[in-house]
Design a protein around this ligand. Sequence first.
Ligand code: AVI
Length: 322
Amino acid sequence: MPLRQTTARELIALPDYADEVVRGLISRQKTLPCKLFYDDLGSELFERITELPEYYPTRTELEILRGSSGEIAEAAGSGVSIVELGAGTATKTGTLLRAFARRQMRVKYYPVDISPAALDAAEKRVGQDCPAAQVHPVIADFSNGFNFLQNISGRKLVLYLGSSIGNFDGPDAIALLRKVRQRLSPEDALLLGTDMVKSAEILVPAYDDAQGVTAEFNKNILRRINREFAADFDLDSFRHIAEWNPVKSRMEIYLESTRQQVAILRTPSVRVILAAGERIHTENSYKYTLPMVERMLCVSGFKLERTWYDRREWFGLHLARV
Ligand code: AVI
């Protein structure tokens, strides 16, 4: 956490994303990094999103896992340890772990997350869903790399589920996958979940639900900025926007100012001037075709081996090797 000197005597600790936040808010197209969604309330709101009728990705991926875990375990090979990046509370992993437990004597499961509370919940859940699995939680922040993969011995299957990769722009997604690739050996594999391209009639409601949970999730980023940067954003003066961009193949999420307004950040001192209708871009969620997935994996040093879909082909689980 960098320290900023505000007066000769006073030192204030700023979060390490402070520069990114300030740069984003004073740019011509204002932006905020979507990783800031996930404070305690944001993580709770995201859990609620995954249960909404309009938000199909979570239950669709689970449908694939329920139908294809046996085949996935067979294709991954024998004697593998399962490492789940961004495991959260491990809601979807039980089915897959049980399929591995049927094939091999021991299943080691390494849920990796930045949140110790989520890892505690993951350990409890897996204890119930697959008592045969040995759980080894790993607290890690991916922005510091994937060194922890080196400390896990033997064959590995790395899971990156939920289309979390879709929240990274192309070059950042490739950089992340390359870093994972560098820590893997030829006998290891990656299971990547991606949300597939589909009609705007399905996509837009998934990111702008009738109950307004996603709107609340989006606005919570300003609540966090208010708390962490002593700011005074008026949440009621912003509107949640979710748009499908077919050219960039992504859902784009914004907060649109409903009036001309000035928000002040006090630490560090920044004035944010917003015109009526001006937007803060808070998130992209990329949707893929199979050639897009193949290319992303290939450029990152992986080779796509096999894909499993749900019955509507809305979501894909891709097994890739180095
Ligand atoms: C975490 N991530 C894959 C979600 C998505 O669908 O892009 C985040 C999300 N944002 C709004 N709704 C869900």
